[in-house]
Design a protein around this ligand. Sequence first.
Ligand code: AMP
Length: 466
Amino acid sequence: MIHDIHEECGIFGVYGHPEAANLTYLGLYALQHRGQEGAGICSSDGRHLFLEKSRGLVADAFNEKRLRRLPGHISIGHNRYSTAGSSVLRNVQPIVAKFALGTLAVAHNGNLINALEIRASLENEGAIFQSSSDSEVMVHLIAHSKGDDFYERVLYALKQISGAFSLLILREKELLAIRDPYGVRPLSLGIKDGAYIVASETCAFDLIGAMYVRDIEPGEVLIIGEEGLRSMKLMNSYKKAFCVFEFIYFSRPDSNIFGGVSVNEMRKEFGRQLARESMNNADLVIPVPDSGVPAAIGFSEESKVPFDFGLIRNHYVGRTFIEPKHHIRHFGVKIKLNPVRKLLEGKRVIVIDDSIVRGTTSKKIVKMVKEGGGAKEVHLKICSPPTIGPCFYGIDTPTRQELIASTHLVEEIRKYITADSLSYLSLEGLKRIIPGAHNYCTACFDNNYPISFPGEHLEQMQFLFR
Ligand code: AMP
């Protein structure tokens, strides 16, 4: 059940547009990479909230009929990340609830590290939970909070929770966009035809023709309503902890995140730095598509080793793919990637990938480039440092024991994946490239966790992730 506490997702909100739900649908489409398990939209016409959600991809979850059932000028949407064990509809967001002050819908990206304790204490007070998602914990917290008005309740509730949260709250007449004081997950504000747009990543603005205005600040509660924008401070953000893995793997390269930094540019720079740190004689640089592409271009530019697409990705492999049983089973990575033999045969090939988590993908890729492609040598270069720490803040990484780099030396990993050489980007190199690197969480590479675990939860986490 460990996956139930992971909440990696894409969120999108609109305030003040007659086609709010349609724009949200498009926004979720652009954020599909952040979650494929389920999609939901909740809209408001100023008096009532309307909710439609379904398992699966955005394009499958919605059709014209469903979108027509979402009237109004305010809307929030959510893509849920695909994790094992919890792919039930009731976990698909937004989560909607009625309470003393009206109706409320919540969409959340991130991971609360004290959700289990809060849930237990709310249950003690009589709250009944329908899902295992963090968002429901927040809904109940707000509903049970004390305070004269809604905003006081929200602030009170948010002060109880610890962890990573980029959050959208929809009420009948307003939209709230909130980012935790560390700013772990990205969240940006845009504008289109006078309407305000909020999105996990700016690539969603591009699709609908919205202009980027600014990020929601760490620790900010932005209220978007009839009077325009109003900002409250949840608490002072003393220490920022932007997630470095958003640059490495999670965000789309056409997004600018964490104060407008281009993901594509960062990935290219990681590749250039990797070339400066670990060069060897080779005939060709190829990326593992898609996440390795910008870094491989950077590596090629810096090293002057020619770049080409030696692995072709099938973009139509979705979650609906059924592997036939019996002897033709176990395609594994082959169903996704295929080598271009004409390019690779007899060559010394540098393969660039973004990260190694368990090591199983890399092993298959090395084999594919050697056996399928006929490469003479395969030098695998990873444009991030060894992943040694599990993420408690929303990136879906396995337990510490399953992270190959936490239990094995680089040379042992090289042997396991059968590469001729294996190099990683150094942590120093990574930090040199990222502007304001001290503002980033790099716990997955250095075990330095910026948000501490409260009380008993530490033991529980250590048990789960040991
Ligand atoms: P593996 O080493 O076989 O566990 O998988 C590593 C590959 O998974 C990397 O090359 C990444 O492209 C991809 N990856 C890294 N982090 C994640 C994540 N949080 N969720 C899904 N895929 C990931």
